[in-house]
Design a protein. Structure first.
Length: 117
C-alpha cells in the first residue's frame, strides 16, 4: 500500500482534502491500482524557509515522501511525477517548486493491516 506524506503550508485556497484526494487519484492511476489502496497524509507546516526566504502559501515548496515496495525505476519515476504534478496543481505552485523522494520498503519492514509485509 503506497503512503504519501506531504509537508506544506496550508491556509485558504483549495481545501486540503481535495488536494490529497487528487494526489491519491493521480498516484493510483500511475500505478494501475485502486485509489482505495493509496494513503495520503498531510504534515502541515507552521512555517518554512528556502535559504533565507520565508515561504508563504502562495510561494512555497511543498515536499513529499512516497513510501512503498520497490517498483522498478521506470514505475517509481512515473509515481514521483504523478504525485509532484498533483501537488503543484493542488497548491497552485510551479512543478519545479515541488520536491519529493521515493522510499522503497524492503520485505519484512512494514506492518500494515496487522500483518508484517
Amino acid at each position: 500500500m503506497p503512503l504519501v506524506t506531504v509537508s506544506a503550508i496550508v491556509s485558504g485556497g483549495t481545501p486540503v482534502e481535495v488536494i490529497l484526494k487528487g494526489v491519491a487519484e493521480s498516484l493510483a492511476g500511475s500505478l494501475g491500482r485502486p485509489v482505495a489502496d493509496v494513503w495520503v497524509r498531510l504534515a502541515p507546516l507552521g512555517a518554512a524557509t528556502s535559504g533565507s526566504s520565508v515561504e508563504t502559501v502562495e510561494a512555497q515548496h511543498p515536499t513529499f515522501e512516497l513510501t512503498t515496495a520497490a517498483l522498478g525505476l521506470e514505475r517509481e519515476e512515473a509515481a514521483l511525477r504523478a504525485v509532484a504534478t498533483a501537488l503543484a496543481d493542488g497548491f497552485g505552485v510551479p512543478l519545479e517548486d515541488v520536491w519529493g523522494r521515493f522510499v522503497a520498503l524492503e520485505p519484512g519492514r512494514l506492518i500494515s493491516r496487522g500483518t508484517i509485509a
